[in-house]
Design a protein around this ligand. Structure first.
Ligand SMILES: NC(=O)c1ccc[n+]([C@@H]2O[C@H](COP(=O)([O-])OP(=O)(O)OC[C@H]3O[C@@H](n4cnc5c(N)ncnc54)[C@H](OP(=O)(O)O)[C@@H]3O)[C@@H](O)[C@H]2O)c1
Length: 239
């Protein structure tokens, strides 16, 4: 059982990349972090690597965001064990429809389905599972890891249609949830981490420390912070 009164943050896809760094930064800020990963041993090993990084505890738990049956029961178990769910960072994501694989005019729908299953439905499912616990305490921060590639205003190239559409849909989910939850104490925002060096973007040079900064800022907003926004480097980004 966690120390009473500390904020509890659930991070999806926390075993590597930007998600792992988000867990590290939240722990350093004193939140208790439930680092989730779709592989149980990956979750435990990653959580172990973060022990002692900050005042917050880090616990590893298995969570595959595409599993309709288990997501809700996993969130219920997290809330039971740790007393609350105050923060949800929907970080888990896939980018599997690179330029050579298909185009919008000749779509590979299995790739589209797989992308939406994680990037849109996964985040939606986890949000729906966490919100009842947040409503119960009148406090919540939901952060959706989006992408500049989702911006309708900025994205004018045809590459990775499934990824772009999944993240643009995630942005709309952010707006809809924020509107629905207005006045409840739950703030819902989307963040672009920027083109960040991880397994997903091995050619990038931006360090994960920078990619995680805006999501962590949104995860720890004060009560009068924004909701329904889309941010990069803590500044509003064009939808
Ligand atoms: N890196 C960039 O340049 C960039 C730019 C814009 C947006 N983003 C977004 O930022 C987020 C993190 O990206 P990243 O670069 O850190 O990617 P990454 O290194 O590829 O890590 C992706 C994470 O998502 C997890 N994941 C995938 N499917 C999952 C599922 N069904 N259930 C639970 N976890 C799942 C992976 O778990 P496994 O280890 O089990 O595969 C991994 O932990 C993503 O949403 C991505 O779209 C990244």
């Amino acid at each position: 059982m966690l120390r009473h009164g500390c904020r509890v943050a659930v991070v999806t896809g926390g075993n590597r990349g930007i998600g792992f760094e988000i867990c590290r930064q939240l722990s350093r800020l004193g939140l208790h972090v439930v680092l989730t990963a779709r592989n149980e041993s990956s979750a435990k090993e990653a959580a172990d690597r973060l022990q002692g990084e900050g005042p917050g505890l880090v616990m590893g738990t298995r969570l595959d965001v595409t599993e309709d049956d288990s997501v809700s029961s996993t969130f219920t178990e997290i809330a039971r064990r740790h007393g609350s769910i105050d923060v949800l960072v929907n970080n888990a994501g896939v980018a599997i429809d690179g330029p050579a694989l298909h185009r919008a005019a000749a779509p590979n729908f299995p790739l589209v389905d797989e992308t939406l299953a994680t990037n849109l439905y996964g985040a939606w499912r986890c949000s729906a599972a966490a919100i009842p616990f947040m409503l119960g305490r009148g406090y919540g921060r939901i952060v959706n890891l989006s992408s500049t590639m989702a911006s309708l205003e900025l994205a004018l190239t045809p590459t990775s249609p499934a990824y772009r559409i999944s993240k643009a849909s995630l942005n709309m989910l952010t707006r809809v949830l924020a509107a629905e939850l207005e006045g409840t104490g739950i703030l819902v925002n989307a963040a672009s981490p920027g083109y960040t060096k991880t397994d997903m973007s091995p050619d990038a040079t931006r360090p994960v420390e920078d990619g995680a900064d805006t999501p962590v800022w949104l995860a720890t907003l004060p009560g009068d912070g924004p909701t329904g926004g889309f941010f990069y480097e803590r500044q509003p980004l064009a939808f």
